[in-house]
Design a protein around this ligand. Sequence first.
Ligand SMILES: [Cu+2]
Length: 659
Amino acid sequence: MVSLLCVCHAALLGCAGSPPLSEPPPGASTAVAPPPSSFITAVSSAAAPPSAAPAAVEAELPSMPLPLLREVRSTDKEHVKLKVEYAEVRFGDRKAFVRTYNGKLVGPTMRVRPGSTLYVDFENALPDDPSDPAGTGHSHHAAPAAGKPTEDINIPHGFNVTNLHTHGLHVRPDYPSRCKGNAKCDAVADNVMIDVLPGKSQRYEIEIPKDHAPGTHWYHAHKHGSVALQLASGMAGVLIVEGGLDDVPEIKKAKEQIMAFQQLRITDCGRKEVTKGQGPEQCSLGDAPNEKYYESCDAYFQRLVDAHVLPSFPKGDSCVESFEFSFGANRMGQVLQPRFGSRTSINGEITPTIEMRQGELQRWRLLHAGILETLELGLVSKEGALTQRASDALENEKAAAERIRFKVIAYDGLATGRIDDVDHLELESGYRADALVRFDKPGDYELIDLKTKPVNSLQGGEEDFHVVAKVHVTPSSEPPMPLPTEAALAPLAPHKHVEDKEVKGCQYTTFNFGKNPQGGTTFLVNGAAYDPATPPRTMTLGVAQEWVVNSASVNHPYHIHTNPFELMTDYHGIKKGTWKDTMLIRQDEPLRIRTRYEDFTGTFVLHCHILNHEDQGMMQTVEILPAGKKDSSCPVLPGPNMCAATPPADGKCAAPTRR
Ligand SMILES: [Cu+2]
């Protein structure tokens, strides 16, 4: 077990004690090849002591205004157009040629009203992908060929195959209701089981129920095998269901700021491994004797042009093509550290400036669309920021007292009905938060990401302090804008507590790592890697159940589609009774949650929202059966603890399926 953990840490998390490296400052080089390797910080060997790790250095870029995201809404006549395409984007002072929605680092913000339908004409304009990045020989988009082991599906693959998931929406998981019983109907709803192949289009019709909770949600690619790589290129956008909190007078007056945080994995390295000394196209990662070399982005794209799948490409740009570079692990057995750290961007800009005036109330809709690091957001005056760099700044009362407080009114798009007055705000991959922010003194402030200790971090490594945005507050003699009262917010919490008497059954989920026969890491839910051929775990429409969710090895954000869940205990800063759809589960700290299966039958998934874990198997299919059917839950026990801490070892219910 110990050795397994060591492998996992080295492979997935950076080696023990070695903090993730910061990407070299974008300004340190020009975006012109060759040599592309000049962008890459050499990685210290796995055996290097922690003290040998290079210090994080971040160049100060000129701060640009926080970009406004384009907004779209659909009618039955005018659909939202979402085109997945390669585009050249600016990232800091670099250029990159990456997969995008509509040519931008963040897709357009979609706005919908409850009771309406979100129509999306979705086009996959990526070129057909001639290479199989996993090197397994199976089709780059289909299930493994006959005779091939099914675990191939859990090798990252199909980077130009995609689909669309509306994260946080309580909508049909399969197809629109008008398609029921109509085999010719080719529209789909929030269906992540489909593939939109290169060159193909797909119509999405997402029916938003009349009583859908308003809130801040998002959309992103969800094709198993390519999710992490596509999100690391920027394929995500905000999706807002309007109403609810928006109509509270104090919130209505507050300026809305939408902020999509991303952790892009732009490098200079293409996919193909090459031999050292093959020429200027090679992309060197370091000087370790067993170091690998990759072709450059230019060499990779030139191969696509030569194969007539891409008409042209901008020379000298960075790219996001290599899973190993971006995520530092490959389940086939290579044990790699992540190759570089990340700089968290907001709406595609690094350290943008947010403009406010003294006493102004703003409503910040925050989305963590990144994959790599925890965000522990804080707000401090520029002078105060220095004291926030200490590793104990999160627990240190003096440091906490220096921070401007967030007034949180919704988590994961769901109004809490209260105001959580907090000195910092944790965002993990997939989380959203709505916070009211006000500065009562003019001046220069910073939105910071505090240091995160390995025990609390997303990938189990220490995360350094970062400034993620600047806030410029101009003087004003106007009186401070008031906050809403909790009494006004209370009726807006959309979900009622799940009472004991509603609970019909217990479900268990444990995330863990394992080992495959080749010696690589496997990514498991209840002891099994994702297998589309395995019958889904089942639940029954119209009932509520309790889930015990745990992680046996490091921390993993649990996310389930379609129905949100209620926390049954206070858990790392989130209060008991809060509803969410994504929650970081700390190792060996099982969390009890309850959920109602309402409105929709059908098959969908639960998974770890570290998306490179999901792509490699940390996902499971689940199905909601029609009311009255028997499902695969474990029975509720008599007594106050309705569900045991672990599933009954002798029962079949929720038993880990092992392979
Ligand atoms: Cu995970």
